[in-house]
Design a protein around this ligand. Sequence first.
Ligand SMILES: [Zn+2]
Length: 447
Amino acid sequence: MAAAVERVIVSSNPENSMSLQKALSAASPLTLRIVAECPVTKARACDLTLPHCTVNTPVFMPVGTQGTLKGITVDQLESLGCQICLGNTYHLGMRPGPDLIVKANGLHGFMNWKRNLLTDSGGFQMVSLVELSEVTEEGVNFKSPYDGKEILLSPEKSISIQNSLGSDIMMQLDDVVSSTVKGPRVEEAMHRSIRWLDRCIAANKNPDKQNLFAIIQGGLDAELRKACLKEMTQRDVSGFAIGGLSGGEEKNDFWRMVTLSTDHLPQEKPRYLMGVGYAVDLVVCVALGCDMFDCVFPTRTAVSVLRPVLKDKLKYIYIYLYIYIFLSCFYQRFGSALVPWGSLQVKQKQYAKDFLPIDPDCHCPTCKRHSRAYLHALFKSDTAAMHHVTVHNIAYQLSLMRSVRQSIVEGRFPEFIRAFMKRMFPSRDDYPGWAVDALASVNVTLD
Ligand SMILES: [Zn+2]
């Protein structure tokens, strides 16, 4: 079945007026307009129009729904200028369940979020439940962490849940293997992901309203990745995600797989690099040609493992361990404020009497109102400090991407990268080697 999607590319090519007309006449849930392309790197700035609003890319997509633990409201996300956020299919599909969400007019209605939503397939959470899950051709079998019942998450089931959620972008169910796994399992997962993509395309009941993205797999093997790219780009999907990375592999392998993927992905469709959120990674991967990013580290790693473990008394020791790791990740993450010169640990003593905001150049509600000293004091007694720092961190990510976009539009992205790196690292010797190599591969030499 064909997903009824037409795309518009408004670039230097004037012959696109026909595809523009075609697109206007079609009921299209996605159009991509390339606003500017960097003449030096592979970076581009696009207007990605989805059913709920236009998204200016490159874009960072924060997590906006259950399972986030971020304590940020949709109002705040909206006022920070967020145009698209992530919903968590696994958690929402389990609780409160798709039926209730359908009654609330989908996830948009349930959350009262008027902009775009991207939902994952639920597959990634299965990897977190690795002890309890088993992958077969049919799908992923696992025990519900809520009641211990056997559940099969098939490609059809994943799309059915995402159809109920009504997200603007749905992700295919893929066979996820850790990026550090090698050998035949990687090849098997890549081929299975292609077969599952076909089943997801066939299962989509709302191709005129909901976009489906394929996920390129193939681990760190260039030939497997190329084979996956060749197959998947022949499918009628609205966009492509680069999957199976950011899982602890060497950064040198990471960027080479990213750039290989963007080399083979079609220009006219959006490219989403999954699981990437550190500032340096974002800037480098924009230069390598990626448009969309997300990062949901704390939810992915710890939360979903807690409940099933409770079933086994012998594993009580692990419960404490998981809780400890989870809380320290949580605390660490929210105690750490992102700034153009790296990060600032508000909890540190040196900020106890510091009346500057986290970042004097930041325009977020936290920096407009509160000092480092106040936040430092708040951290001792109140979780509200985490909330304030989270608001700042999301504002930082969104504002970083806006600056990146602006520099691409104004034709000065390479200069932007040089200035960004200079500010982020105390000296040239501190630049990560992989970033230097990755940038050199797209003609940007750092001074
Ligand atoms: Zn701020």
